[in-house]
Design a binder for this molecule. Structure first.
Ligand code: CS2
Ligand code: MG
Length: 400
């Protein structure tokens, strides 16, 4: 079997997505996601203008060699654009492999290690009472784990709080956000106190600080949250300084998760080997594909670090599908984020995965089980969009 062509599709059913389709000379094709929220066309060009010409004529079964060729052969390594493009190729090749062998992808990754994939949904509200009610809706839907994000008194809006409850859309096209860590640090513990009071201890509660704190602020928040035993506190601080997590770790037992923006293992090697985190958030689209993610998970397993793949709406259903096959097979699985996509997104990306009895299941279709309706997608042309930006009260540019 040989790769005979490949094409990049950019569409916007509810939000922008970039999809790679690799065609073989035996009529089998594979799909990969390479959506990079706010920088989509950079990845589309990286694939169309640079990678695709290198793929023609290769054997699609050679996932390892092709990955090494694309990673080492560029000379310029790492970074979200490069690794998202490589990820899409890798996802599509694994999809082709599963289809050619007529087996669901998980069978090529070690088979099922569990009956289903535990997921968490996103509950959010303008204030604590509304957020507490929203968490209840996810519990009623059968979720065993819920992320809770609330508005902060004194701030006009904040990360994770949307206008329409179900689909928080991180790629707004609107104004700059305003931030104040001091106000936030007073509010967050009260939210989780109210949640434990209403729903008791069983439901897993998660929270995303979204890169906004300093290490000592994160240490304080982690300590303040201990009575409410969160499943994890995510992105407490930006993680370029991996050793910065030592300070947080010294002060709190609240489990820490980080890594949705990481694109190679080198972003996390110290966090893992010094056990500074409990969950690694890298997923297939950002981390270079299934090939490297299997290796990173095996490395993390040695240090008691579990997986917690990112799964926001700005990652396409192709990433969700591929990640679920990884999730159901990898031994140190932690949890999978499942923010759910808008209806029009699901229509453009029909998929085999399904939510049942509190778990997400990858389905039994050969490959990753996600398709792409080119005709329908053409009705949703690309629209330039940017992630919000964030400034402190005094106007200082900060992390969104
Ligand atoms: C968030 C994301 O899901 C999460 O944990 O951090 O919504 C993130 O803001 C978006 O993926 C950014 O595009
Ligand atoms: Mg996050």
């Amino acid at each position: 079997m040989k790769i005979k062509d490949a094409k990049v599709f950019v569409c916007s059913p509810g939000r922008n997505f970039v999809t790679l389709k690799i065609y073989t000379d035996e009529g089998i094709y594979g799909l990969g996601d390479c959506t990079l929220n706010g920088r989509e066309l950079a990845v589309a060009s990286y694939l169309t203008d640079h990678l695709i010409p290198c793929l023609i004529g290769r054997d699609p079964f050679q996932t390892e060699d092709i990955w090494q060729y694309l990673y080492r052969g560029a000379y310029w390594r790492k970074g979200p654009v490069t690794m998202s493009a490589i990820a899409a190729v890798d996802m599509a090749l694994w999809d082709i492999k599963g289809k050619a062998l007529n087996t669901p992808l998980y069978n090529l990754l070690g088979g099922k290690s569990r009956t289903g994939v535990m997921v968490y949904g996103h509950a959010n509200g303008r204030d604590i009472p509304e957020t507490v009610d929203e968490v209840g809706k996810f519990i009623e839907m059968g979720y065993l784990a819920v992320r809770a994000q609330s508005g902060v008194p004194g701030l006009p809006g904040t990360y994770g709080v949307s206008k329409d409850k179900m689909f928080y859309e991180p790629a707004e096209r609107g104004p700059e956000n305003v931030w104040c860590s001091e106000k936030y640090l007073l509010q967050a513990p009260k939210l989780f106190e109210a949640l434990r009071l209403r729903y008791g201890d069983d439901v897993h509660l998660l929270h995303d600080a979204h890169h906004r704190l300093t290490p000592i602020q994160a240490a304080r928040l982690g300590k303040d949250l201990e009575p409410f035993h969160l499943f994890w506190l995510e992105d407490a601080v930006t993680a370029e300084l991996q050793e910065g997590f030592r300070l947080i770790r010294q002060h709190t037992t609240t489990p820490l998760a980080v890594g949705e923006i990481f694109d190679t293992v080198w972003d996390a090697n110290l966090l893992i080997t010094e056990q500074l985190i409990d969950y690694l958030r890298m997923t297939v689209v950002r981390g270079g594909g299934i090939t490297p993610l299997k290796k990173i998970a095996a490395f993390a397993e040695m240090y008691h670090v579990q997986t917690g793949c990112h799964g926001a709406t700005d990652l396409s259903p192709v990433t969700m599908g591929a990640a679920l096959h990884f999730d159901i097979s990898v031994s140190n699985f932690g949890i999978q984020e499942y923010m759910r996509h808008a209806k029009e997104t699901d229509e453009v990306f029909p998929h085999a995965y399904f939510f049942k009895d509190s778990y997400l299941h990858p389905g039994e279709k050969p490959g990753h089980g996600v398709e792409y309706d080119e005709k329908l997608a053409a009705k949703f042309p690309y629209e330039r969009a940017y992630l919000p930006v964030n400034r402190k009260l005094d106007g200082t540019m900060w992390n969104w």
